[in-house]
Design a protein around this ligand. Structure first.
Ligand code: PMP
Length: 371
């Protein structure tokens, strides 16, 4: 079986799994408890994991807030900022191809919280136009949220430039970086205008149900005024209540450590596998396929292909005993992709499209060997 749906989720690495196991078996204590034996060990494990995540992003450990994943992190930043910033304004800018956890959250805010939203258009490659962004900024704009890499087309925005424009206009900047971790260097010291960043561990060979929201502290060491999504105990610097899932956090820490060490090597592997897959598809399908996204602003290992005259759902169903790929986002699989629609693809083209997303830890050679 060929698994080519790594943008939906990845297989956990054995090193990650092994690191997690002791925290499911012997070290089950609550890191917020006072007693030494159990609590201290788990407290240390959480601190080490936080350090490893912070190293991956080149930021401070206290700027890493563990959440259940990107969906929660995206909700937290969008819902958590609007009340504290109400005096400044009520306008948010997003791109029209953000993940549903951004799009449906801002729609909720539009309908229930008197928030005005601008949905920036994208070109055929899934990129926003910087001039559109600049023109859409108002004195009431409080937040710009643009994804780093798109989950369907793999398109990569110029996040450094976009975040700098936000700061020049005194506006907070958030990016959903879920799809790029371990495949792009996400350096938050270099990208100093990113205020908030979301990601999930299961997209880079870690466990599901754990992610982070990066929240940049100001020069005086204070967090921006953000209301927690989950009120509760004092966990996560008072920003996210709930007993810490130590095994998940340890898994994310290990996955982050590996993502950093293996990044360069993995980018090369992904580009190489992708090249072979593209060649193979060309040989097998010839002029019956069109590549939607073979440009340079793209996450390595994510390719979107149109199989002319095929229905993607039927194609995937028929191929399901040998191939796992996807017609788009796993989170909105039932409907035709709004992402591809926003990029200007017709309904017919959308129905013909399949996304292949590769793993840096799988060997596809047997399948995509070129004769
Ligand atoms: N943002 C993007 C770009 C994604 O691809 C995903 C997962 N498909 C999410 C957010 C949500 O992540 P999770 O389901 O782990 O919360």
């Amino acid at each position: 079986m060929l698994y080519m749906d790594n943008a939906a989720t990845t297989k956990i690495l054995p090193e990650v799994y092994n690191e997690m196991l002791p925290y499911l078996k012997e070290y089950f204590g609550n890191p917020n408890s006072m007693y030494y034996f159990q609590a201290e060990k788990t407290k240390e494990a959480v601190a080490e994991a936080r350090n490893n995540v912070a190293k991956l992003f080149n930021c401070l450990p206290e700027e890493i807030i563990f959440t259940s994943g990107s969906t929660e992190s995206n909700n937290m930043v969008l819902k958590g900022l609007i009340r504290p910033l109400k005096k400044k304004g009520n306008h948010i800018i997003v791109s029209s191809i953000e993940h549903s956890s951004i799009i449906n959250t801002v729609k909720y805010l539009e309908n229930n919280e008197d928030i005005e939203v601008t949905y920036l258009p994208v070109n055929k490659e899934g990129l926003i136009d910087i001039n559109d962004l600049i023109e859409s900024i108002k004195s009431s704009t409080i937040l710009i949220s643009i994804m780093w890499g798109n989950n369907e087309l793999g398109s990569i925005n110029d996040i450094k430039k976009i975040s700098e424009i936000a700061h020049e206009n005194d506006i907070y900047f958030h990016t959903d970086a879920t799809q790029v971790i371990g495949k792009v260097n996400v350096d938050l010291d270099y990208n100093s205008c990113i205020d908030f960043l979301s990601c999930s561990a299961h997209k880079f060979y870690g466990p599901k149900g754990i992610g982070i929201l990066f929240i940049r502290k100001d020069i005086n060491g204070f967090y921006p005024d953000i209301i927690p999504l989950l009120h509760g105990g004092e966990q996560e610097f008072g920003l996210r209540g709930g007993t810490l899932p130590v095994h998940q956090i340890v898994g994310m820490g290990k996955a982050s450590q590996i993502a950093l060490t293996d990044m360069e090597k993995n980018i090369k592997i992904l580009k190489d596998s992708e090249k072979k897959l593209v060649e193979r598809l060309k040989i097998v399908f010839g002029d019956k396929i069109i590549f939607n996204n073979l440009n340079n602003y793209r996450i390595p290992g994510v390719i979107s292909v149109r199989f002319i005259g095929f229905n993607n759902q039927l194609f995937l169903k028929n191929a399901s005993s040998i191939l796992s790929a996807s017609s788009g986002s796993a989170c909105s699989n039932a409907k035709p992709s709004y992402v591809l629609k926003s990029c200007g693809f017709s309904d017919k083209e959308i129905r013909e499209t399949i996304r292949f997303s590769l793993s840096a830890y799988d060997d596809y050679n047997d399948f995509i060997e070129i004769e």
